[in-house]
Design a protein around this ligand. Structure first.
Ligand code: WT7
Length: 659
């Protein structure tokens, strides 16, 4: 492990929230936090009854949960339309004319939609989708950049009961195709192109390629964001419809009625499918349902971000990841918050962009990732110092372990020493934040992700299933189901059961390693399975490997993580080529392009190393831990090498000096 990890494990400074912050916070003391948490576990029914008061249920729930591992149901008997909690309910309050979305385009254009306007757009699109024949239960793919229409599309699907499946715009046509096929999407919503660091990502072109081999997709809705000149598109008659044309059509009166007064769905109605990486080559389509998910993201948004009228909240994640789903769309909107949405790269046109956005719009809450923070540190303090950041009152971190150096820089330089920093641990599977320090209530320790949130019964365990002693490392498990958890892997319940719920003691296995210190604070070290976290993006080693071996020149491939100061982990791949193939620079370039095409540019290996052979056990299993050492430049390999088939393999690999 890197030095930063070591220092993280030793860091035990405490940052106590300012009295001024605590005085106005929703939870004002550690004791109050503890009693709320205890109550959420001892009287879950009463706790959730109270804490879902603000949400719109057409029919109230009659029982809290039904749990027969691995099948969970929450809020049984409830009927609701999630979009009413996110939109309609705010039309009856002051929020009606307040900003719901404050959007900043990468070229510098901006646009604000009030709750009234967002509701109107969602209703319009809902009616149009109904007129296209999209029905409750149908799957709709969304492949868009960070534009308000992406949020409108998600909410319109939810409003008519269609299950959305968003694919991050950084994924390739092939990845999009696989996802559309897996969920059997009937419709795809995309845009001509997306701005990224001054360039254009040709989303529609890639969507065309994907849809060619996605037989279930009948229609494509295309938003014009960039324009003909820089993002030329071909519209296929009968299949492709411009977003604006669709919205300009006069909807049928019946659809208008159904869009205005939407149907209420069962608590467990499938809300969305989101694909994420696991330890096989095939991504997992995690299915989230309605009431439990809403309850989880609502309560955590409210308490963790301490949202209140007047705040401008900015989550910098992409809507294509769970962070965007939960903490750009459903959580904050269910709280009536004003959410900033930024389209582009953090360093476009320069490293001052984030700070200029905060100054321009008066952002008060910033939620971003450690990789971004480390990149800003590297770019230099002069960038944030050029701007007025005094509107900020709370900072958040998510997606990967934050090293104390980055934490303290964030606190001091961005937060001016006055803003609490909440490090939030959770996963695509958990739906909502599981661990953090409630701002105003609990002190933070840089590098620790804090304490369990409401309803979260979490522990560090040994392989035997026993709880670890304080400061003893083990695996992080959650001991009972919680409302916002994913319900299954779409069309693969067996994999869901086996991946998450196969522990003998019935706990949910997170896949992360952690320890809990003597104060009860959790320190998450990182994944213990074959999943990497590169720049906050989750990448399965098996996915990279299967992408590489699908190239005709490659015989075998092994992907491992290497500690990286900027990205947390860097992706290193070891490749053996087929006989007669020249392992040279040109092939490395080809393999890089191949990964771009198979998965997407964000999954590009940082280093490709050719090898004569890969270290294997006698039974032929690749010994990844040796490769990890070699990738990290560790000179002596520790641990048992007795099962290694051929010692020369290791010696030869070390000699490789990256041709
Ligand atoms: C994995 C989940 C849910 C947010 C976006 C990532 C790692 C996430 C933290 C944190 C240390 C973290 C874990 C987790 N992770 N947040 N605050 N500290 N590690 O969602 O793609 O499902 O990845 O990200 O390893 O298992 P995801």
């Amino acid at each position: 492990m890197s030095d930063s990890t070591d220092s993280r494990l030793k860091d035990d400074r405490r940052f106590v929230p300012a009295a001024e912050f605590s005085k106005h916070a929703r939870v004002q003391s550690h004791a109050e936090y503890t009693s709320l948490h205890e109550r959420s576990l001892s009287e879950p029914e009463a706790f959730w009854r109270e804490h879902t008061q603000d949400l719109v249920f057409r029919k109230p729930w009659t029982s809290f949960q039904d749990w027969k591992s691995p099948d969970a149901k929450f809020f049984l008997g409830a009927e609701l339309n999630i979009s009413e909690s996110c939109l309609d309910r705010h039309l009856k309050s002051d929020a009606r004319t307040r900003a719901a979305l404050v959007w900043e385009g990468e070229p510098g254009d901006s646009r604000t939609l009030t709750y009234f306007e967002l509701h109107r757009e969602v209703v319009r699109l809902s009616a149009a989708l109904l007129d296209l024949g999209i029905q409750k239960g149908d799957r709709v793919g969304i492949y868009m950049g960070m534009v308000p229409e992406a949020v409108i599309a998600m909410l319109a699907c939810a409003r008519i009961g269609a299950t959305h499946s968003v694919t991050f715009g950084g994924f390739s046509a092939d990845s999009l195709r696989d996802r559309l096929n897996d969920c059997e999407a009937r419709l795809l919503i995309t845009q001509d192109g997306a701005y990224r660091r001054g360039n254009i990502v040709p989303l529609k072109q890639m969507a065309d390629e994907a849809v060619l081999q996605a037989r279930t997709v009948e229609k494509t809705i295309v938003l014009r964001r960039v324009g003909r000149e820089r993002a030329p598109v071909e519209m296929r008659p009968g299949r492709d419809i411009w977003w604006d044309d669709l919205m300009a059509r006069t909807p049928s009166p019946k659809s208008v009625e159904r869009a205005m007064k939407p149907e209420a769905f069962d608590a467990e109605h499938p809300l969305f499918i989101l694909y994420t990486s696991g330890s096989t080559g095939k991504p997992k389509g995690l299915l989230h349902t309605t009431a439990g998910y809403l309850a989880g993201v609502h309560v955590t948004s409210k308490y963790v971000f301490d949202l209140r009228p007047g705040d401008l909240y900015w989550c910098t994640a992409d809507i294509g990841w769970i962070t965007g789903h939960s903490y750009i769309v459903y959580g904050p909107l269910s709280c009536g918050a004003a959410c900033l949405l930024y389209e582009g790269a953090p360093n476009f046109p320069d490293w001052g962009r984030f700070w200029s956005i905060i100054e321009k719009h008066g952002v008060s809450i910033l939620y971003t990732a450690p990789t971004a923070i480390r990149a800003f540190i590297r770019a230099g303090d002069e960038w944030p110092q050029k701007y007025d950041l005094s509107s900020l009152r709370l900072l958040g971190s998510v997606g990967e372990p934050i090293n104390p150096e980055a934490w303290t820089w964030y606190h001091r330089v961005i937060g001016g020493g006055r803003c609490p920093v909440v490090d939030t641990w959770w996963q695509t599977e958990t739906g909502s934040i599981m661990l953090t320090t409630l701002p105003g209530a609990c002190y933070s320790k840089p590098g620790s992700t804090g304490l369990p949130l409401f309803g979260v019964d979490i522990e560090v365990q040994k392989d035997s299933g026993e709880a670890c002693a304080p400061n003893e490392s083990g695996t992080l498990v959650i001991k009972r189901p919680w409302p916002s958890m994913a319900r299954t892997i779409y069309k693969d319940p067996a994999r869901y059961a086996e991946t998450y719920w196969a522990a003998k003691n019935g706990s949910y296995v997170t896949g992360d390693g952690a320890r809990r210190d003597e104060d009860g604070y959790f320190w998450v070290v990182g994944r213990i399975d074959d999943v990497l976290n590169v720049a906050g993006h989750r990448i399965g080693t098996a996915e990279i490997e299967s992408a590489l071996v699908s190239h005709p020149s490659v015989a075998e491939a092994a992907a491992v993580g290497r500690p990286d100061d900027l990205k947390g982990q860097a992706l290193v791949v070891f490749v053996t080529v087929k006989s007669g193939i020249k392992a040279d620079r040109a092939l490395k370039d080809k393999l890089t392009e191949h990964v771009d095409k198979e998965i997407g540019k964000f999954a590009r290996p940082d280093q490709i190393r050719f090898a004569e052979a890969l270290p294997k056990t006698r039974s032929g299993k690749i010994m990844r831990r040796f490769l990890k050492d070699i990738a990290a430049g560790v000179v002596e390999t520790k641990g048992d090498t007795s099962t290694l088939e051929d010692f020369n393999v290791l010696a030869n690999l070390r000699k490789d000096d990256d041709a």
